[in-house]
Write a protein that binds this ligand. Structure first.
Ligand SMILES: NC(=O)c1ccc[n+]([C@@H]2O[C@H](COP(=O)([O-])OP(=O)(O)OC[C@H]3O[C@@H](n4cnc5c(N)ncnc54)[C@H](OP(=O)(O)O)[C@@H]3O)[C@@H](O)[C@H]2O)c1
Length: 341
């Protein structure tokens, strides 16, 4: 039956300072009429991404979340209705929608997905975060056997996949996180060679000791202040992959300029470093191949995706607040609707 009302978690007010659950409110509103080229999707899982906080107030390559509109997010769910040339009702698809029970997505932005993997993987390892890790680590960084690769926010949605891909490429992987418990999982279960707690009072000396022979690749999810500490440790011809800048998303006013790393360009020149941003949209033609490889590695147990699932749309704001505070391991998703039986 065609739904009439739609529960949605909408941005109530643009956050100033740190995100609080009251910045988002849950409302019920009538579903807008579907345009001819739109697909109506019943959302089963919505992604919780640290970038979700950025697009509430900061300029990024993604559309900003508008006050009164569902918080913008990748979703996976079931087609309810759409143009005859599109996926049939009942097909599982992914695309960018929002925190809501139902979303309308332009047909061009909808991608049918396999139901042979856990459905939530399509907003995690087989979604935007998996693609960022894949292209950032395997295309941009060109990490090689026996090289030293450092990953920041290494236990997060992107980081825990990026680190494992470096391990698959044969590199020695060092993860930086904010907790000893996360570090144990990275070393004991996900094959990281070493880890460092960024909150440790001896962080700088531990970093230096662990990267004694220089860092060949730094996969940066955080931006300053970690970038400032790692740049001087880069090896000659090292590569810095700029994937994200989570340290500047929450509690930082977009109008306030965050100080950038020191020593540029001299450090870049002295060591012939390469520093490059990664945007998954630059690799659209290679997405299918990447997703097949990520799915195969996951199926074979070489790559181990970790997911934290929050239950219910009402918990989406708390899930994001917790993630920004570092209280997450692996990909965070919220289950909005039930999986088909
Ligand atoms: N370029 C692209 O195409 C692309 C695509 C997807 C995501 N991204 C980027 O990838 C990064 C990771 O995204 P995600 O969704 O997977 O988030 P996430 O890593 O799962 O969660 C964010 C983590 O960042 C760490 N963190 C938070 N504040 C910090 C601070 N002030 N300093 C240092 N670390 C801090 C925390 O981990 P610890 O406490 O353990 O350090 C937290 O758990 C983000 O920067 C995002 O924008 C980029």
């Amino acid at each position: 039956m065609y739904p009439i009302m739609n529960r949605q978690a909408v941005l109530a007010v643009a956050p100033v300072g740190r995100l609080h659950v009251d910045h988002v409110k849950t409302i019920s509103a009538a579903i807008s009429a579907r345009a001819a080229d739109e697909v109506l999707v019943r959302v089963i899982y919505a992604q919780i991404a640290s970038g979700t906080r950025a697009i509430m107030t900061h300029t990024t390559p993604f559309p900003m979340t508008i006050i009164g509109q569902p918080v913008f997010a990748a979703v996976v769910g079931e087609v309810i209705d759409g143009p005859a040339v599109g996926p049939a009702p009942g097909t599982m698809v992914t695309g960018f929608g929002g925190w809501a029970e139902y979303v309308l997505i332009p047909l061009a932005g909808v991608r049918p997905v396999s139901v042979e993997t856990p459905l939530h993987h399509h907003v995690g390892v087989l979604g935007h975060n998996g693609l960022a890790a894949y292209f950032g680590m395997l295309s941009v960084s060109e990490a090689k056997t026996d090289e030293t690769v450092v990953v920041s926010a290494a236990a997060g949605g992107v980081g825990h996949i990026a680190g494992q891909l470096a391990r698959i490429a044969g590199a020695r992987v060092i993860g930086i996180t904010g907790s000893a418990a996360k570090n144990r999982v990275l070393e004991d279960e996900l094959g990281f060679s070493a880890t460092i707690n960024r909150r440790s009072p001896t962080f700088a000396s531990e970093l230096q000791a662990t990267c004694r022979d220089g860092v060949d690749v730094y996969f940066d999810n955080v931006g300053n202040p970690l970038l400032d500490k790692i740049l001087p440790l880069m090896a000659d011809h090292g590569r810095v992959v700029c994937c994200g800048a989570v340290a500047s998303y929450d509690g930082v006013d977009d109008n306030v300029k965050i100080p950038g790393p020191h020593g540029i360009p001299q450090l870049i020149i002295n060591k012939a470093l390469r520093m490059q941003g990664i945007l998954t949209s630059d690799f659209v033609r290679k997405w299918n191949h990447a997703l097949e490889q990520l799915a195969a590695w996951t199926r074979d147990g070489v790559l181990i995706p970790v997911t934290k699932i929050w239950d219910g749309l009402d918990n989406a704001p708390q899930a994001l607040v917790s993630m920004l505070a570092g209280d997450n391991l692996g990909q965070v998703v919220v289950q909005v609707g039930s999986e088909p039986s």
